[in-house]
Design a protein around this ligand. Structure first.
Ligand code: COA
Length: 177
């Protein structure tokens, strides 16, 4: 979608990030390991710290999709050091009124490019098995199931399927050093 802008969320936009993250948890309670009830209790300092990647020593790409200045999508790419070969995707969400227009694919594309530039060999995520829309998005973008399903969270009957996409760096053209 040409009118949707995808950008990295800087630490000073923590309040903006907080509002879209809480919206996503409220809208899609079966899609995430965390819950609205847990995260609505976080203090402002904790929301600020989440985006302070330097303070956390975290290599991550927190992305927001915006339309006319309104947050309409969210996703994080995260590398858990010392394992620098794997990037993970968390918090993927697109607002209901704008689904099916390629926003999730654009977010995935940005994270793939970031992960490749970081030297990662694959990207991993976990998706609730009954979440047909998300499974379809990931499948159409080259993710395949890997490993056994596991509980979404303690005490939940919902299960998540780990998925992986192997990254292939673009081949260098011949005759280049
Ligand atoms: C899953 C989600 C992020 C998809 O966002 P989206 O912007 O609508 O997805 P896209 O428009 O980029 O769709 C990408 C692909 O998935 C397919 N797809 C999207 N929604 C679909 C649906 N409901 N059913 C079947 N296929 C679907 C599209 O056809 C497209 O494939 P194509 O390009 O090969 O045609 C969105 O539905 C959402 O936010 N759901 C609630 C939160 C959630 O489940 N997050 C995932 C956590 S793992």
């Amino acid at each position: 979608m040409s009118d949707v802008n995808i950008r990295e969320v800087p630490p000073q936009d923590w309040s903006f990030y907080k509002s879209v993250r809480l919206s996503s948890l409220e809208d899609s309670p079966d899609s995430f390991g965390s819950t609205y009830e847990q995260e609505v209790l976080l203090s402002d300092a904790e929301w600020q710290a989440r985006l302070d990647l330097k303070l956390r020593g975290l290599s991550a790409l927190p992305l927001i999709a915006e339309l006319d200045g309104r947050a309409v999508g969210l996703a994080w790419g995260v590398m858990h050091e010392p394992d620098t070969k794997i990037a993970h995707i968390y918090q993927m969400w697109v607002c209901p009124s704008l689904r099916g227009r390629g926003i999730a694919k654009s977010l995935l594309c940005e994270i793939s490019t970031w992960a490749l530039n970081k030297g990662c060999e694959r990207i991993e995520l976990a998706v609730t098995t009954i979440n047909e829309a998300a499974v379809s998005v990931y499948t159409s973008y080259g993710y395949t199931p890997t490993g056994p399903i596991e509980a979404l969270r303690a005490g939940s009957a919902l299960m998540v399927q780990p998925m992986v996409k192997r990254l292939v760096a673009a081949a260098k053209p011949e005759n280049t050093l």
